[in-house]
Design a protein around this ligand. Sequence first.
Ligand SMILES: Cc1ncc(COP(=O)(O)O)c(C=O)c1O
Length: 371
Amino acid sequence: MTEQRRVPFNDLARGMTRDRDALLDATAAVVDSGYAVLGAQHAAFERELAAYLRAGDAVGVANGTDALELAIKAVMPQGRSVVLTAGNAGAYTSTATVRAGYTPRYADVDPQTLCLTVATVSDALTDAVGVVVVTHLYGYLGDAAALRTLCDERGVALVEDCAQAIGAVRPDGHASTFGHAGTFSFYPTKNLGAIGDGGAVVPASPEIAARVRQLRQYGWDGKYNAALTGGTNSRLDELQAAFLRIRLPLVDGFNQRRRDIIARYRDATTGLDPELLTVLPADGVEHAAHLAIARSSRRDNVRAQLAGAGIPTDIHFPLPDWEQPAFARFAPQQDLPSTTTACVEILSLPLFPELTDGEVETVSAAIRSLT
Ligand SMILES: Cc1ncc(COP(=O)(O)O)c(C=O)c1O
């Protein structure tokens, strides 16, 4: 009997092996520099990230959840206390909101893109809302400019959670440059991944940048003088900054490879009942294709068939935020049908740039064989 070859859902070792020499050289450079935090690597990464995004500035922080927390703190208007967001984006914003001392509330998502839009946000904007956090979920940069206009009209700040969307770009700008702040995670599986944790805030003004820089270091305005309430320790270390500098120039190529893989999975669904499996599109540079998302009204059965063919799947994310015990007290009064339906239908297929063409074909063949 031939053994069923398994396609990995992700395999970080492949990228580390590819980048091994550069990563070791960068490690030596950091060790030789004598700097561990806030040194030359960190300063260069902040500059290079801002240049890549065509943004005015970028502020390194310890991870993507801290980036959200500090961004929310830095832009929340005086007297407001509610953060409006989507409930299908993994609860990172809910976590950051509660840590910032505010209250999360939820708007429904668009049934097609599964992201917040002007249409879904405008009905949910009450006077208490101070910040809207739009997650560019799965890598898709929607009409963030229109969301910004709506927020400006209502005196609300917009934060873009770009943890899954680095490199997503429209003619009027990169993801992270439409809001009052954009946030990134460099968790190892992200499209730009560190070898550890990392994150960044892209501020829309020098004032917001200064607040985030203070908040990431104890609220200090100078050494040992905490001038701003709500400060914390959230620094991106020199090693991670050095590693990220190696990979930043590779992101656009990785994103294209991710889109190409999703296109092949979509081709494989030709002729299938869309209720059985529909792979969401990730076409064009406005989509960073972080995850290969499919929908199925028979999800458990489809996952079992794929598992039988050696294809692991996952669910991003299985529960709306308010169905998780930590956030149950924020459950919305009304039904948010597109959010709840998505949570029971979505599944994620293997997707990372180092997947081989043979593995992509193995997944595609398993999709074609679904019944
Ligand atoms: C959409 C989204 N936002 C925020 C985060 C939080 O990032 P981190 O894990 O670096 O805290 C993640 C990933 O983990 C994410 O996928």
